[in-house]
Design a protein around this ligand. Structure first.
Ligand code: UD1
Length: 424
């Protein structure tokens, strides 16, 4: 398994990084392709492990996947095996997105339950209840969800008791082909949902309320194959901007939308960084700045994203004083703390709240990535730890950061990928 070797930076990060397409947005749209018979196209697709996993899920269903550089073509004309197996769904929860489109279009499907993940249980009850509200009959047997309906799904009203990106994606896709009107209340507001709504409208779906908590869908009998460009990855952008703050350097992220990370930019401002933005870029400049501790709570969009909780925590280790981070989305998403402590971090965790005593010297160690965003946090920490930090299990990082080492190199950091036993 590959490792990263991360020597401490000799000088603060300084430079520009072009942000890739948002993997979470692509995953939803790839599943949406199943709603139509024909060839759908997606552009601005990052080269990432998760795209390959979703392609494998679609291939098992009978789709053909092609495309060029940063483009995907999904031909659903052969889709007839209405099943997503455990082997794939367990490696990537978003595989579960095929559930809604398959039952809506074919009237039946069998999809493995995703199971938990490194930071605890992640239920799918709202995906299932939402589909039931549209008339699907849902049973769970032997670890698989079986969903069926007689004829078409029937439009209905569903109120999401908590804001859920994944459940909104699944139920919204299903509603586009349901008979009559569906009303989704307290739908998620994340930009990836807007990206999906745009794509579905391009396929011929009738959806009102884009960008609001209430989506009203008039179901149609048939959708056409889609074509659309993916929004930029706000989490990738935020992760690189953390690199500016933690090394007291300057990073400009381009080809992105600063509105998508407004809450994140506010945190950098609160820390004392100079933040500038344009229509498709943002810059954090921490050169010569006395960084200040902050108190941050993760929230659904437009709040501070849970996916940047770990990178921010690493960043706050470099900020003298006491910072606090509370994660209200995932109470247990803190496996990175034990690894950061191996570098000398002083962090206390009580419930879902971490208190970071920053500004203490860190020294390199062997550490291990436990999930995608935690792995970015460990690299950031490695940049300021004295000596060379070795990070294991970086396959997690490969799920979500395209060309990571090259982008880091463009900012002046050396992140070297090695395969133990294969050097020399
Ligand atoms: C998506 C993102 C993930 C991000 C998360 C929160 C993708 C592929 N993944 O994950 O990167 O961290 O949003 O922004 O886009 N919940 C339930 N029942 C459900 C579903 C969710 O109780 O059926 C709860 C979860 O436990 C969590 C909250 O709802 O507390 C939000 O989770 P959700 O938005 O669904 O996360 P994902 O869609 O899995």
């Amino acid at each position: 398994m590959d490792q990263f070797l991360v020597p401490s930076v000799s000088k603060p990060l300084d430079g520009e990084v072009e942000i890739s397409g948002a993997k979470n947005a692509v995953l939803a749209v790839m599943a949406a392709a199943l709603l139509a018979d024909g060839v759908s196209e997606i552009t601005n697709v990052p080269h990432l492990k998760d795209m390959k996993t979703m392609s494998d899920v679609l291939r098992i269903i009978g789709c053909r996947i092609g495309g060029g550089s940063h483009e995907l073509r999904i031909d659903t004309r052969g889709a007839d095996h209405l099943e997503a197996p455990y082997e794939l769904v367990k490696t990537m929860r978003a595989s579960f997105y095929v559930l809604g489109p398959l039952v809506a279009r074919f009237g039946r499907c069998r999809v493995s339950l995703p199971g938990g993940c490194a930071w605890g249980p992640r239920p799918v009850d709202l995906h299932l209840k939402g589909l039931e509200a549209l008339g699907a009959k849902v049973t769970v047997t032997h670890g698989y969800v079986e969903a069926t309906c007689e004829g078409r799904l029937k439009g209905g009203t569903f109120h999401f008791p908590v804001s859920s990106v994944g459940a909104t994606v699944n139920v919204l896709m299903a509603a586009t082909l349901a008979e009559g009107e569906s009303v989704l209340q307290n739908a998620a507001l994340e930009p990836e949902i807007d990206n999906l709504v745009d794509y579905l409208i391009g396929m011929g779906a009738n959806i009102q309320g884009r960008g609001t908590r209430t989506l009203v869908v008039q179901g149609v009998e048939k959708l056409n194959p889609g074509k659309g460009r993916t929004i930029p990855d706000r989490i990738e952008a935020g992760s690189f901007l953390c690199g500016a703050a933690i090394t007291k350097g300057r990073v400009k992220v381009t080809n992105m939308d600063p509105v998508h990370i407004a809450a994140v930019l506010d945190v950098f401002r609160d820390m004392g960084c100079k933040v500038s933005t344009g229509s498709d870029w943002a810059e954090v400049d921490a050169r010569g700045v006395e960084l200040k501790p902050v108190s941050v709570t993760t929230l659904p969009f437009p709040g501070f994203p849970t996916d940047l909780q770990a990178p921010l925590m690493a960043t706050l280790m470099a900020v003298p004083g006491i910072s606090v981070i509370q994660d209200t989305i995932y109470n247990d998403r803190f496996t990175h703390i034990a690894e950061l402590k191996r570098l000398g971090a002083d962090i206390q965790l009580v419930g879902n709240t971490a208190t970071i005593h920053g500004g203490k010297p860190l020294e390199s160690a062997n550490i291990m990535a436990s999930d995608l965003r935690a792995s970015a946090a460990l690299v950031l920490a490695g940049l300021i730890a004295e000596g060379e930090t070795t990070i294991d299990r970086i396959y997690h990082l490969d799920r979500g950061y395209e060309d990571f080492e090259a982008k880091m190199a463009a900012l002046g950091a050396t992140v070297k990928r090695v395969r133990p036993g294969m050097e020399g």
